[in-house]
Design a protein around this ligand. Structure first.
Ligand code: SAM
Length: 229
């Protein structure tokens, strides 16, 4: 019987393509297949490093059939790397179900190995100057159901809260924070590691003014850190 293959969970850059580890590059070169959230996005990274390898798509809408096929590859001794479009797979990104099913299938014999690297969450906290000895990570705040409850939890918490936000909702989120807790301190980490990276801090109303005065800055990717200093 074949030895079971390894599923590597490989972190990739969140903006600056130089942010990738030597081990990640080696694994991406050596595995039998790279499972990608979007093969076109990953191809840009592979091209930069001259990596020619086989890619397969695996994303949030992948079917059970796709997962069975992946598990069969592992049973056949194939080594696989899972990557998302940016950052660490499975952290507000596809992959959790796959890892969970691989662990269910192989139990303690499962070989799932992280290849650590960038994550927007940790990058934002690391440069924020806010003590992150204890924090709560909320991923993406829901658009509708549960939104009010979550904001109440954030503004009533004595821990730092961190969540991801998109261009489309950043102003709405600041408005919500302003209505639930006008005195809280919000740090926004925008476009981390990219050309227009910036960290801005203030009360929700100060940040609302900042982004209204600089409309172009409402664009991009955001990590929001809320503390009640
Ligand atoms: N798994 C990824 C990670 O570990 O960073 C996160 C994926 S999640 C689908 C994408 C969200 O992460 C974005 O909407 C944004 O909130 C945040 N994000 C990703 N890259 C970022 C960057 N360069 N600057 C700020 N936030 C970023």
């Amino acid at each position: 019987m074949n030895e079971i293959g390894t599923l590597y969970i490989v972190a990739t850059p969140i903006g600056n393509l130089e942010d990738i580890t030597l081990r990640a590059l080696r694994i991406l070169k050596e595995v039998d297949y790279i499972l990608c959230e979007d093969t076109r996005t990953t191809q840009i990274l592979l091209n930069k490093y001259g990596i020619k390898n086989k890619t397969m798509s695996y994303h949030a809408h992948s079917t059970d059939g796709k997962e069975s096929a992946i598990i069969n590859l592992l049973k056949g001794g194939k080594n696989l790397a899972l990557v998302s479009d940016a950052g660490t797979p499975c952290i507000s990104d596809p992959g959790v179900m796959l890892v969970s099913n691989v662990r269910k299938e192989f139990g303690n014999d499962a070989k799932v190995s992280p290849v650590p690297g960038p994550s927007a969450l940790i990058s934002a906290l690391s440069a924020s100057g806010i003590s992150s000895a204890e924090f709560t990570f909320f991923g993406f705040i829901p658009h509708k159901k549960g939104r009010v409850k979550l904001f109440k939890e954030i503004v009533e918490s004595d821990k730092v809260s961190v969540f991801y936000e998109s261009t489309h909702r950043i102003m709405k989120t600041l408005e919500s924070l302003d209505s639930y807790s006008p005195k809280c301190i919000v740090m926004i980490a925008r476009e981390i590691t990219k050309q227009f990276e910036e960290f801005v801090q203030g009360t929700p109303s100060e940040l609302l003014k900042y982004f209204k005065d600089n409309i172009v800055k409402q664009k991009g990717e955001f990590v929001v850190i809320v503390s009640l200093l």
